[in-house]
Design a protein around this ligand. Sequence first.
Ligand code: SAH
Ligand code: SF4
Ligand code: F3S
Length: 441
Amino acid sequence: MSMLYHIKTYGCQMNHYDSERIEDLLAPLGYKKSDRPEDSDLVILNTCHIREKASEKMYSDLGRLSKYKENKIKIGSDLKIVVTGCVAQAEGEQIIKRNRDVDFVLGPQSYHKITELLNKKNQEKLHNFFPKESKFDYFPKTETKNISAFVTIQEGCDKFCSFCVVPYTRGPEFSRTVNEIVYEIKHLSNQGVREVTLLGQNVSDYKGMYQKDGKLEKLDLSKLIDKISDIDGINRIRYITSHPSDISSKLIHEHKTNMKLMPYLHLPIQSGSDRILKKMNRGYTQKNYVDIVTKIKEVRKDFAVTSDFIVGFPGETDDDFLQTLNLTDKVDFAASYSFKYSPRPGTPSSLLKDEVPESVSNKRLQILQKKLDESQKKFNNSFVGKKLSVLFEKRGKKSNQFVGRSQYLQPVHVNSDESIIGKILDIKINKVEAFSLHGEI
Ligand code: SAH
Ligand code: SF4
Ligand code: F3S
């Protein structure tokens, strides 16, 4: 009988990419994926540490897993519990102390060790140092049925924004080589992938080595995108997340000339107040941000921008918040995420004393979210009666319904048949419902 495993992924796309790599590592060991943790022989929690809520969720899940493990031991079997991801990195020792049923704790740069650990007895529980070797060298070739795929091109972060745990949980920034990335994407394309999203906490700062005919050179993100555009079958390229300090004129130019590169940019601003941006150590002002957006929209009129916001950063006054609202009047965001500030252990801003009262943060979040939702609705409604270019990925909920994504990542539904999957078609939009669009070919 084959062994069953269950994996739960919290957090960002990079964690989802890591979970897929863990699946690739487990497949040759004979493990089959299950959606029932209670019946599994192995459960992996791939965790996120970005906000307090995200890591608390993990501890309550662990409590439940302990019970499942107890049940399995009673019938003479076992359930191995493995914690990976950013909480594993940040709180590895506490996890083992708080829950003795956890078998292994593996940080985001060490999880390739899982195969070795599962195969041998009496292994150390904690593996959360940053190893010398690269996990990427350990991954078998992936198999996928997806039309759209994510590829991590860069790991870690050296920006040290004062509120953020990523530099501590993912470690220092490093870029994978161009050759390695192109090889991985060719393999994905051969399996039917038509769109790739290049991942990193700081992709706009990508600098990877490229080797050709014995020569070695360093390429930036725009050059990497050029190389990926040459791969047969890859019709769409995206990248996430960028930092406003690293948006080069070369990257903007790439958006003008490369039609495989989607006219879309997720560019987190966090706050519209220069005073708060400085305290966050973000390295730009509201004006710098607006200038970047203006420049991009000059080279491509059909360009859309989305963002992330934090409200209630320590010391944020009504006036600071007003600056954030003012910014949302200056830039028409196509979509956005907004979060209430969460003080994270070990970060510089967690030491600041001038906390914003919870009730004030809640109110600000509500006001901002309402504005951002309105902005998104306005953006979506502007396409009614017009055409969007849609890459179809899968069946919808209703019969004969198929769903794809527009160049701006909006989900678009049409009635059609299976042959539409993997194709990019112009779709006339008839109506907008909640945040999804409906149209016809
Ligand atoms: N590298 C990206 C962000 C990655 S984290 C960037 O530089 O923008 C994703 C988002 O989580 C951030 O954009 C921020 O809005 C939010 N976030 C990060 N730390 C947070 C914290 N301590 N409290 C609340 N939100 C946070
Ligand atoms: Fe965190 Fe800032 Fe790095 Fe983004 S750029 S991952 S917010 S430290
Ligand atoms: Fe969370 Fe780690 Fe991603 S903290 S957002 S899973 S890099």
